[in-house]
Design a protein around this ligand. Structure first.
Ligand SMILES: C[S@@+](CC[C@H](N)C(=O)[O-])C[C@H]1O[C@@H](n2cnc3c(N)ncnc32)[C@H](O)[C@@H]1O
Length: 303
């Protein structure tokens, strides 16, 4: 099985919407109300007791370990069990924690389809991992069962279509949004600049849905459980807070828009802001839904 997050080098986000400062600020603002405060910092301020060394936190999809580093930097003093199926990424996370002198963090390779944890945990923090889990209901039920009384699940997750099999309206909105971008920022545009695409270019270059098989070949767990997660989260947990943060158009634009240039080129960044505005309008007017969501939830009894 191929896991793109478990390679010799850290996963490279630079060509994705999430790799840009403008998108990070946009998401921060949607979740925390402050473009400088990310979702972990927001959870730390709003929900997490920092000065109690007896608190216990389970991190899922820890990968390179930024969640536990943010927790420690924010002076969370409790125990952390940091987990992922990716042993190479987790090894790098452990090394960075050691180098920073952080203690009371345990690292454990675990497969959320199979492995179980000994609770209780006051906080379970999941980042972009639950949508990879085939056995979604069993996993979520287990997480509910190991929450301490009053414990919280804090998650940022993808809830979009199974293996990115987008609907026709969604594909149209992606291509409509891309069509307004000046050609110099589009692929295969030759030396043409200063104008948007013409019909001939749009027929030649446009977003198409990758086949389910090709998505599975890259990573069989990718986007395996988005729709199930969307249904099961409110069935298994009481939702304390739920905030969508888009991704419905922009997360599919890699290869069509130069996200990797946005941090350095103010013109690219300006068009990125336009694309974010279009995505917001499409979602705010009810045409499509957020695919990425921030959750704070607690256990629903008797389910
Ligand atoms: C989208 S990445 C998110 C990584 C990190 N939290 C981030 O946002 O950069 C998905 C993560 O889920 C992990 N993962 C995939 N399948 C898993 C499984 N069955 N059990 C545990 N972790 C899994 C991957 O190794 C990867 O670290």
């Amino acid at each position: 099985m191929v896991n793109p997050w478990d390679q010799d080098e850290s996963y490279d986000y630079s060509d994705l919407w999430l790799g840009t400062k403008t998108v990070s600020r946009h998401i921060n603002h949607k979740i925390s109300g402050n473009e400088s405060v990310n979702w972990v910092e927001y959870a730390l301020a709003a929900y997490i007791v920092r000065d109690d060394p007896h608190k216990r936190c389970l991190v899922l999809g820890a990968s390179e370990g930024h969640v536990e580093r943010t927790l420690r930097k924010g002076e969370y003093s409790g125990y952390i069990l940091s987990t992922d199926i990716a042993d190479r990424a987790l090894k790098r996370a452990r090394e960075r924690s050691c180098a920073l002198g952080y203690s009371n963090i345990e690292y454990r390779v675990a497969d959320l389809n199979i492995d179980r944890f000994d609770g209780p945990f006051d906080y379970i923090i999941a980042e972009g991992v639950l949508h990879h889990i085939e056995r979604t209901e069993e996993c979520l039920t287990h997480l509910r069962d190991i929450l301490a009384p009053g414990g919280l699940l804090i998650a940022v997750e993808f809830e979009g279509p199974f293996r990115f099999q987008l609907t026709e309206p969604q594909v149209r909105w992606i291509n409509a949004a891309l069509s307004i971008v000046p050609l110099e920022f589009r692929p295969l545009s030759g030396n043409v600049s200063g104008v948007p695409a013409d019909i001939e270019y749009m027929q030649r270059v446009h977003y198409v849905v990758a086949s389910e098989e090709s998505v599975r070949n890259i990573d069989p767990s990718e986007a395996a459980a988005g729709p199930r997660l969307k249904l099961l989260m409110p069935a298994i947990f009481n939702i304390v807070e739920r905030k969508g943060f888009g991704g419905t158009l922009l997360s599919y634009m890699s290869g069509h828009f130069p996200f990797d240039q946005a941090n350095a080129d103010a013109r690219v960044d300006r068009w990125l802001q336009v694309l974010l505005d279009i995505e917001d309008a499409v979602i705010e007017t009810g045409l499509l839904e957020d695919e990425f969501v921030f959750y704070v939830a607690n256990a629903k009894c008797g389910v």
